[in-house]
Design a protein around this ligand. Structure first.
Ligand code: FPP
Length: 238
């Protein structure tokens, strides 16, 4: 048997779609007297560990906040560092993600990215479109408010005079994904920071203190145990 008896109960109540705000990379690096980009680099290793763990536990969808519409305010050095990490790791040719049965999708306006990065993302999206073991949704140049605005603009272009919730859902960047069941923000900060606002309307939220670069299978298991204890009522009475 793959899992012990004690660990088994949380597996009966797993989220389908997990969202993660990968916070604390900068603090992780600063605490060690290292440049912030070293924290982001460790953040990629944490992402890899977490993807592996989620796959092992049977979870199918993960959305991660890799670059927000507000992150352009950071130094050019830090932005270039994050872009390089995305380019080098998310092409799935890197030893970490190679051979994993993962479909890459993105949420956000990647047309604003340098050509090389945008092309690399587009190529990986195309190359992995038929994989079905796991879906990694990279939120890049993404903001929850802009996602809703671009959905409404799409609907205006379609000539809609009035719209429904379904119309919005079907025009968000995440139109092919289920709603978020569980949103984790690493590092103890208790904010949503314009992550997937519409998609998390009925998400359970969790704010573990662990900084993102320290995330591993054990930590993600703790998060899933926490989720398994939540009683979701969706506004009703149980
Ligand atoms: C938040 O930590 C993290 C980010 C803004 C960037 C996250 C990016 C990565 C993990 C690398 C992206 C690469 C891939 C392959 C997905 P922070 O810098 O705000 O940390 P702090 O709050 O401690 O300063």
């Amino acid at each position: 048997m793959l899992f012990s008896k004690k660990r088994k109960s949380f597996l009966d109540n797993l989220p389908i779609h997990v969202g993660i705000i990968m916070d604390g990379n900068g603090r992780w690096a600063t605490q060690r007297g290292l440049p912030r980009n070293v924290g982001h680099k460790e953040g990629v290793n944490a992402l890899y560990r977490v993807v592996k763990a989620l796959k092992k536990f049977g979870i199918k969808y993960l959305s991660v906040f890799a670059f927000s519409t507000e992150n352009w305010k950071r130094s050019k050095e830090e932005i270039d560092g994050i872009f390089n990490l995305v380019k080098e790791n998310i092409n799935f040719d890197s030893p970490k993600f190679k051979d994993e049965d993962i479909k890459l999708v993105t949420s956000g306006d990647i047309t604003k990215f340098p050509d090389e990065l945008r092309t690399s993302l587009e190529e990986t999206i195309e190359r992995t479109k038929d994989k079905n073991g796991f879906v990694l949704n990279l939120a890049v140049n993404y903001g929850g408010r802009m996602d809703i605005v671009q959905a409404v603009n799409n609907l205006i272009k379609q000539g809609k005079k009035s719209i429904t919730e379904e119309d919005i859902i079907n025009n968000l960047y995440t139109k092919d994904l289920p709603p978020l069941d569980f949103v984790i923000r690493a590092s103890g900060e208790q904010r949503i920071s314009n992550f997937m606002l519409y998609q998390m309307a009925y998400s359970e939220l969790y704010f573990p203190k662990t900084l993102w670069p320290d995330f591993n299978e054990k930590e993600i298991e703790k998060c899933l145990i926490e989720f398994s204890k939540r009683k979701r009522r969706y506004g009703g009475i149980k």
